[in-house]
Design a protein around this ligand. Structure first.
Ligand SMILES: [Zn+2]
Length: 423
């Protein structure tokens, strides 16, 4: 009898342990399941097609999509009978857009592993796919939610963009920014990596990658108070970047000011996730040195205007910095910081980029070919050409005439699946 009870208790403990372990490890399984492409054909007829920012647009052009990829593009291509044609009516077609700075931190993503697919899909639509985004870079969020969301999209449980994620960002020691410190629950803040030395920084990044991170995000300059930026120790940044690069991953940094920019540059960071908003000392020579280090920049201009201040004395130097970086030949990537910024519309970012001297093709490059090349997926993404994944945006009006038309999205297609169709 006693043996039976002991056996029963032992079994219960074992089951509970395995269940607990399973729940904890659940997020780790199938980090990026193989892409499952749909079977079948789709067509777009009589569109104006921007093949890429570097090719002349094609007028009265048709596109044939077969099994999730672009099969043919041209005025007289052969479209098999009974192929479903997407509504276009002389629409404008570009490659799917990238948003290289987003967050899945708002309350509605919490418990993404267990939420109904339809709810998550509608949040994704509102925030991203109705804006034309087919690939996004999450530069910091709660790993449990983002990994679950990413897995459910990749296994076709719900429709959404392809997600690269930094999962947990790294901060300077005692360096959580005031806007997170004042809003996030204290227990959560204890889990946010603030390594005290290079060995800890490297270990934190190894652990982050083991949990499924695709990129590294560092706060090389962290606004610990409204008017105080705490720099990350250079050696910490170097150690974390070295781990990311050893795993073939890109490093993003939030610089804030000149010191943060220089730590990013000198530690080998690949992408500034924002322009420096304290532009003091960020001279053309400094910007040139970033270009010499093959660094890219995500300006996030609307975020500064929306969440900090509309004061031109603050904004104009940031626009000038972006304009200077661009005119020196620096690589810009489009990103809005949605998720942190709760206004999801994209018009204001396009407008601010126009004010920084960018034209429609400059912006199309930020949205398509530049990020695809930066992430080494240019064979699959960034252009409207045979062999590429059918990641496409159908616009109702031409951005060549007005860059705000990049926000006039009629339909968003990812790998030949319709993610969004304007009602
Ligand atoms: Zn952000």
């Amino acid at each position: 009898m006693l043996r039976r009870i002991v056996g029963f208790v032992f079994t219960v403990i074992l089951v509970l342990f395995l269940a607990g372990y399973g729940i904890l490890r659940w997020e780790d399984h199938d980090r990026h399941p193989a892409l499952q492409l749909p079977v079948g054909t789709l067509a777009i007829r009589d569109a104006k097609v921007y093949v890429s920012p570097d090719d002349p647009p094609l007028e009265h052009t048709s596109i044939l999509i077969r099994n999730g990829r672009i099969a043919a593009v041209g005025p007289d291509i052969n479209i098999p009978a009974r192929t479903e044609t997407l509504p276009c009516h002389r629409c404008i077609v570009t490659a799917g857009f990238w948003n290289s700075h987003v967050h899945f931190t708002e309350r509605h993503w919490a418990g993404a592993a267990f939420k109904p697919a339809s709810a998550l899909e509608s949040y994704l639509k509102t925030m991203l796919t109705s804006r034309g985004f087919t690939t996004v870079v999450d530069v910091g969020s709660n790993p449990y939610d983002t990994v679950s969301l990413r897995r459910r999209i990749e296994t076709n449980e719900l429709l959404g963009p392809y997600i690269y994620s930094a999962l947990a960002a790294q901060y300077p020691p005692h360096g959580i920014p005031f806007y997170l410190r004042d809003t996030l629950p204290k227990p959560l803040q204890l889990l946010m990596p603030q390594p005290g030395n290079p060995a800890e920084a490297a270990a934190d990044e190894e652990a982050n990658i083991a949990r499924g991170a695709d990129v590294l995000k560092l706060f090389t300059g962290s606004y610990v108070e409204h008017n105080e930026v705490k720099p990350m120790p250079l050696a910490n940044a170097e150690a974390a970047v070295q781990v990311a690069h050893a795993h073939g991953q890109l490093a993003f940094a939030h610089p804030s000011n000149l010191a943060g920019v220089l730590i990013a540059r000198d530690s080998g960071v690949d992408v500034l996730a924002h322009a420096a908003d304290d532009t003091e000392g960020v001279t053309p020579q400094i910007l040139q040195s970033l270009i010499d280090h093959h660094m890219a920049m995500v300006p996030t201009l609307k975020m500064f205007r929306t969440t900090v201040t509309t004061n031109p004395a603050y904004l104009m130097p940031i626009y000038a910095e972006v304009q200077q970086f661009h005119s020196l030949g620096g690589e810009l990537l489009f990103g809005t910081d949605v998720g942190y910024m709760t206004d999801y519309t994209t018009q204001d970012e396009f407008d601010a980029l126009r004010q920084s001297g960018l034209n429609a093709m400059d912006i199309l490059r930020m949205l398509t070919t530049a990020p695809a090349a930066r992430f080494h997926v240019e064979a699959d993404k960034g252009r409207v050409a045979p062999g590429q994944l059918a990641d496409l945006v159908l616009l109702g009006s031409d951005p060549a005439g007005n860059v705000l038309n990049f926000s006039d999205v009629l339909l968003t297609l990812r790998s030949g699946r319709i993610l969004y169709r304007k009602p």
